[in-house]
Design a protein around this ligand. Sequence first.
Ligand code: SF4
Length: 447
Amino acid sequence: MALTGLDIFKKLPKTNCGECGVPTCLAFAMKLASKQAELDACPYVSDEVKEELSEAAAPPIRTVEVGFGENAFKVGGEVVMYRHEKTFFNPCGFALLIEDSASGEEIEKKLSQVKSSQFERIGQILKADLIAVKYSSGDENRYLSLVNKAKDLNFPLILICSDEGVLKKSLEATKGTRPLIYAAQERNVDSMASLALEYQVPLAVKADSLDNLSSLTEALKSKGVKDIVLDPGSRSLKKTFENLIFIRRAAIEKKVRSLGFPAITFPNEEVSDDYFEVAYAAGYVVKYGGIVVLNDLSPEKVLPLFVLRQNIYTDPQRPMQVEEKIYEFASPDENSPFLVTTNFSLTYFIVSGEIESSKIPTWLGVVNTEGLSVLTAWSAGKFTSEKIASFVKGKSIAERINHKKIVIPGYVAILKGELEDELPGFEIIVGPREAGDIPAFLREWKT
Ligand code: SF4
């Protein structure tokens, strides 16, 4: 159960020394309870109390890290059922499954897919996160060779292996890279726990019912295994969907700690049709897959999933923004048109898409409006003639273009006169209201 401010206050030194940055221990306790302060800010809390409080303050779903260094993948750490209540913190991960029984050509194709399946959208890189390497050939050397190849790509690994001897050798081969090992089950829970503890790696646990899953995680926790990923064992869309929702509800609403871990899903095992696999995976992105294992990363399959994930895991209370700067399309020069717009990412994405499709060299000045779209920013006083003029002057736009013409969005035509007063020597042109009309507008551009 989460502790209240008063519960926390009882464990603080109560000297009101103020060294934590707030005047009293009570105020500090209240800040801690609302997650606006870190316990480390008080230098007088004993280690014992620290452990007690950090356990109580931990999110109901544990954050589990797979991999290491800058490519480490974090999953879990969620505190709400629905993103509009707060936000989701750690985007679910997509893992590409590679089986060692596949042909050499197929394996090479998949390994190269992992690296090439990257897209940039709204200033973010969308890509797969993990490689799941499955032992299915029965040939230990073949598996180890594949593990080594996958390791060389510097992606976090999931080692799917039912032979504990081979798994141990794989862990030796990947020592220090913190792969997720799959999976502890009733029959092997002790030996898998030993491997997880010996190599300090996270462990997936699989059972045929949520009750059994819960018992297994309790058993693992009692042995000291903390970083656990749940596989509810179901292999049908309906049952998996139900299980994922039940696990999330149990962890968040009922505070069931034994189910307070991220979940792994295998749409690739639930359906053989590639496009249905994508549809199933989309369901698990929405609710509540932590890791989604896929058979294929072809762009037409993963791009929709990446975009869906990006949308689900953005903070609904904070508009997505792009950087305020001048963006260049098709190597513009001093005669190219100069458009301005706001830094709401969707506005930028749509406007830049239309400019790109026109293939006409163009400058696009993106003004910081705190992530608001054109009309909203204008009505909120964040996309004003003063603001645009200050951007134009601050970025020395007069030095980039000979024609001294600035194109403003059609929706803020009202700013034309004011802006011409603010920017003597510039001509302000009212551009299209709709982004879809930008290519035609650019084609008719004359300096
Ligand atoms: S530093 Fe610790 S003891 Fe001092 S006021 Fe803050 S919480 Fe209380």
